[in-house]
Design a binder for this molecule. Structure first.
Ligand SMILES: NC(=O)c1ccc[n+]([C@@H]2O[C@H](COP(=O)([O-])OP(=O)(O)OC[C@H]3O[C@@H](n4cnc5c(N)ncnc54)[C@H](OP(=O)(O)O)[C@@H]3O)[C@@H](O)[C@H]2O)c1
Length: 354
């Protein structure tokens, strides 16, 4: 039997991807779509400015888009709710929905750093799902957060290096796609022939969220990792999809490049009952040997957009290594990760006391 799912914010870039993945999903049935008042009452095909490379699934074309209203969502009795709203909206809706007892998977940045709310990148920290039991002291439902897009891509590439060689410092300089700013994000006059070396609050998110994803499970929730730090510098570039990140890492032990490549390709993922999930890529990290890869246009769809691609792995002085990593920001960095989180939860539902 499938679980009934709703997408809140279904007309945005992340919402559209969620709609695409949840239509014909083996474990979920899409029963409701919401957006702002302006679009409510319209058929989905008339309400949305469809922006994916894939055709809109025929099953959703005639679905009526609802207003994002807590009572209305409650009346639909969903088993799981995916929210993809601006964070000021999400702050309100996520909390009202968990108070009503729902299981919510939320893509916006609100509440990401709270110790009892898992911030999940399943291959890296699937075991953090269990701290959500602490939320029973606050509300009837459960809230799980999808990390910032750069952070999801970065932490996946860091995980095998952290496990095998230890990490002391990470510097990361990003080249972030336009889709990361949402459907109406960056005006064309601002970005054509240009690079913008600033994205509001992005650097703090990457810095803090990475330490939470690598954080320790304690009886009070997740404690931030204190073994290393991450120093980001972010840029918006004129690319549609796919964030490229230039990463510089100081490892605890001196390592050689072949060991790094081996660790990345053989990546031992964080294993709970999260093997064999429909959205999980066969190879979460792909290493390329060409001197000019990864590139957004060529590499963003690896593993159906769920793999990250690492290239230009080089050794620097002493314990420093550097490489480029690329990931699809609205798939690995958002909706694909949201659905993978839902699958991980479902596979472990017996141990979650939900
Ligand atoms: N884009 C990415 O790569 C990415 C990655 C990770 C996380 N995120 C986060 O995910 C969230 C969604 O991002 P996005 O890129 O999909 O944004 P978006 O394209 O701007 O979409 C926003 C969605 O929220 C809805 N919405 C806006 N105001 C609303 C209101 N007052 N009431 C109800 N619904 C409202 C919009 O509906 P209308 O169409 O009716 O306005 C639309 O469905 C954001 O918090 C973002 O930071 C995005």
């Amino acid at each position: 039997m499938k679980l009934n799912a709703i997408v809140v914010g279904s007309t945005g870039l992340v919402g559209q991807r969620l709609v695409y993945y949840l239509t014909n999903h083996p474990w979920f049935k899409l029963i409701g779509l919401t957006a702002s008042k302006e679009r409510s009452g319209k058929k989905y095909m008339d309400a949305v400015k469809w922006s994916l490379e894939n055709e809109m699934p025929k099953e959703v074309k005639d679905m009526i888009v609802y207003d994002t209203d807590i009572d209305l969502i409650t009346s639909l009795k969903p088993d799981v709710i995916f929210t993809a709203l601006p964070s000021n909206m999400s702050q309100f809706y996520d909390i009202e929905l968990v108070k009503r007892g729902f299981l919510v998977i939320s893509h916006a940045s609100n509440n990401r750093m709270e110790p009892d709310i898992p911030l999940l990148n399943p291959e890296v920290n699937a075991d953090h799902i269990f701290v959500s039991k602490l939320q029973k002291e606050r509300w009837k439902g459960r809230l799980f957060k999808v990390p910032n897009c750069v952070t999801s891509i970065l932490t996946l590439a860091l995980k095998p290096i952290y496990d095998d060689f230890g990490i002391q410092q990470v510097f990361v300089s990003t080249m972030q796609a336009l889709s990361g700013a949402g459907l109406n994000g960056v005006p064309s006059m601002a970005i054509l022939d240009n690079i913008i070396p600033y994205i509001e609050h992005e650097e703090e998110k990457i810095e803090n969220e990475s330490l939470k994803i690598f954080g320790y499970i304690t009886p009070k929730g997740i404690k931030l990792n204190d073994k290393f730090y991450v120093s980001p510098s972010v840029h918006r570039v004129n690319v549609l999809e796919g964030h490229l990140e230039s990463v510089f890492i100081k490892t605890e032990k001196e390592v050689d490049i072949d060991d790094i490549k081996k660790a990345l390709t053989e990546f031992k993922e964080n294993k709970i009952k999260n093997f064999d999930l429909p959205s999980k890529p066969k190879n979460p990290i792909i290493v390329r040997e060409e001197v000019d890869r990864p590139q957004p246009r060529l590499d963003r769809n690896e593993g159906n957009g769920m793999s990250v691609v690492v290239g230009r792995i080089r050794k620097d002085k002493k314990n420093w290594i550097k490489f480029n990593v690329l990931g699809h920001n609205t798939i690995r960095g958002a909706a694909g990760n949201g659905v993978l989180i839902a699958e991980t939860l479902l596979k472990n539902i017996d141990s979650l006391d939900i």
